[in-house]
Design a protein around this ligand. Structure first.
Ligand code: GDP
Ligand code: MG
Length: 163
């Protein structure tokens, strides 16, 4: 089987949007409110002579909007069991929120390589706000924008370096 790269993060940071962009087609459901993703969705990525499976683990099943922690817990559980590399996604427009800190703490315990990615960096100015994510303990985040399709090569390089 191919090594698996799992995208994890709290609902609404743009995991499904990033996944669809990198997959080059719309597989995962993007939802502005709830965190609904029909199923575990994966796509094969090829970059720099390596091949891996990229998976959107968010919203497996129907997410209870009153208990978003349960969604994150399922994602982490999946990552523990199956991922070679974890892409930990945050939202640069919102900054650090408590659920991000929960994810950071949970990932710290699982001892797998983590690539911290700040999505929604649609402009350079937004990207400048990413420094606050350093306190999650995964270094400087890599800024991307699923909307503007920015940062793909840098993200693939960062994943490759951890595979
Ligand atoms: P998920 O719950 O983490 O899978 O997040 P989704 O992919 O469903 O996206 C949640 C919302 O964020 C949707 O309204 C998206 O259109 C929006 N979104 C996703 N990526 C970006 C981005 O790069 N920039 C902006 N401005 N909005 C985004
Ligand atoms: Mg989703």
């Amino acid at each position: 089987a191919l090594p698996l790269v799992a995208i994890v993060g709290r609902p609404n940071v743009g995991k499904s949007s990033l996944f669809n962009w990198l997959a080059g087609r719309r597989i995962s459901i993007v939802d502005p409110t709830a965190g609904v993703t029909r199923d575990r969705v994966s796509t094969v990525v090829e970059h720099g002579g390596r091949v891996w499976d990229l998976m959107d683990t968010g919203g497996i099943g129907i997410v209870d909007v009153d208990d978003l922690t349960a969604d994150v817990e399922r994602q982490i559980q999946f990552a523990i069991e199956s991922a070679a590399v974890v892409v930990f996604m945050v939202d640069v427009r919102e900054g650090v929120v408590p659920l991000d800190e929960d994810v950071a703490a949970r990932l710290r315990a699982i001892n797998k390589p983590v690539v911290l990615v700040a999505n929604k960096a649609d402009t350079a100015k937004l990207g400048e706000q990413a420094g606050e994510f350093n306190r999650l303990g995964y270094g400087e985040p890599l800024c991307v924008s699923a909307d503007q399709k920015l940062g793909k090569d840098e993200l693939f390089e960062a994943i490759l370096a951890q595979l």
